[in-house]
Design a protein around this ligand. Structure first.
Ligand SMILES: Cc1ncc(COP(=O)(O)O)c(C=O)c1O
Length: 394
């Protein structure tokens, strides 16, 4: 059996239509398959590889850590330099009260931790999330997912969850002194890049303050410069009580985190002690890779280049078949008439002389996802847009 057959036979599948490219190598914003075809990567492993694939400084940091130690002990027991230094670096780029970093293995796991922390801190059980939000696939994260189609088959889920309409002032009346937390994405990515109004975000913050409810912002997809600032919440002039990170946090390695004030986070250490534990969370190699990646982001001033690159995509992607172009930095949704049209274009773009890798959004399958490495060059953007336009009908 060839690799493809073995993949289909032995690797558990998540859909009947996997992309199934056999990737041999990746570098910067490029991928190469086993047949030697080159692809411009317009999705960065779904907003993961913000500094590009295999940045030399990230690779060096990983190799260096390999020579010291891999896993030594469960999370939280040992002083592991990569964890300590990375927690310090992240905190120094967040508001002062977001100073205690709890590292996990994935985004969903960080969401679970944040939900537990909100319950523990407030002593309340009700949690609020928003329709068309995605927070992960584990049972708690699935319970707060904003779409009944994906939730329904897995009931019973967590009780006490309210799903409200996002960017609706009326919804905010549901937040009361019974509510432990509201969890929201600052920009709803999987809805096809939906940005709420500044006023609504501010009203949400105010309502949480009035009711003693913790505001959790899920920046798993929007963090690390994706939307043009290090964190998307900066664009709304509000701050969360807990921020949840993942994806680009690990620089291409698996890593998640929920971050809060030390006083709040301390409650996971008592009554009961070990209130949230993980064996591998904050793995030293992942933290070393993540820290190197964040340093590259800062040193190469990649975040500062995001708006110019977004503008370039916007200028180049003009065509009658493109119904709208919604973006926040390099998180871009190109809307077509239907899911079928988008899927046709995504498929075609994988097969021509010049190739690009894109896909669609979970709650907006009629929109093409463009979320490349932030390090993508103008030349690569131009070439990628030419490929997209060549797939459209004249
Ligand atoms: C906004 C958001 N939250 C949470 C998650 C879940 O992260 P993970 O897949 O690492 O569990 C994702 C993943 O796509 C996401 O986009």
């Amino acid at each position: 059996m060839n690799q493809r057959q073995l993949f289909l036979q032995h690797v558990a599948q998540t859909s009947s239509t996997p992309i199934a490219l056999e990737i041999e190598r990746a570098e910067g914003a490029r991928l190469w398959d086993a047949q030697g075809n080159e692809y411009i990567d317009l999705i960065a492993g779904i907003s993961v590889c913000n500094v590009g694939h295999r940045h030399p400084k990230v690779i060096r940091a990983i190799k260096k850590q390999l020579d010291h130690y891999l896993h030594v002990m469960v999370y939280g027991e040992m002083i592991e330099t990569p964890q300590v230094q990375y927690a310090k670096l992240i905190s120094s780029h967040l508001p002062a009260h977001l100073n205690a970093v709890y590292f996990t293995n994935s985004g969903a796991e960080a969401v679970e931790g944040a939900m537990k922390l909100a319950k523990r801190v407030t002593g309340r059980a009700q949690m609020i999330s928003f329709n068309k939000s995605y927070h992960g696939s584990t049972q708690g994260a699935l319970s707060i997912m904003g779409d009944e189609y994906w939730r329904n088959a897995f009931r019973p889920l967590l009780p006490g969850i309210l799903h409200l309409d996002y960017d609706s002032f009326e919804s905010l009346n549901e937040i009361t002194s019974q509510t432990a937390c509201v969890i929201a994405e600052p920009i709803q990515a999987e809805r096809g890049v939906y940005t709420p109004s500044n006023e609504w975000m501010k009203a949400l913050r105010r309502k949480c303050d009035e009711t003693g409810t913790l505001l959790i912002l899920d920046e798993i997809q929007t963090g690390f410069g994706r939307t043009g600032t290090m964190w998307a919440f900066e664009q709304f002039a509000i701050v969360p009580d807990i921020i949840v990170l993942g994806k680009a946090l690990g620089g291409g390695m698996p890593l998640g985190a929920f971050i809060a004030d030390r006083k709040l986070m301390g409650m996971l250490a008592e009554n009961p002690v070990l209130g949230h534990i993980t064996t591998f969370g904050g793995h030293p190699v992942c933290c070393a890779a993540g820290m190197a990646s964040m340093k590259v982001l800062l040193k190469e001033k990649l975040v500062q280049q995001v708006h110019a690159k977004e503008f370039f995509f916007r200028e180049l992607l003009r065509h009658p078949e493109i119904q709208s172009f919604r973006s926040r930095g390099l998180l871009i949704a190109v809307e077509f008439a239907s899911e079928e049209v988008t899927k046709r274009i995504v498929q075609m773009a994988l097969q021509g002389q010049d190739r690009i890798l894109t896909d669609w959004f979970l709650f907006a399958p009629h929109c093409m996802r463009i979320a490349p490495p932030l390090s993508i060059t103008q030349k690569e953007i131009k070439k990628a847009c030419q490929v997209i336009l060549s797939c459209l009908k004249n």
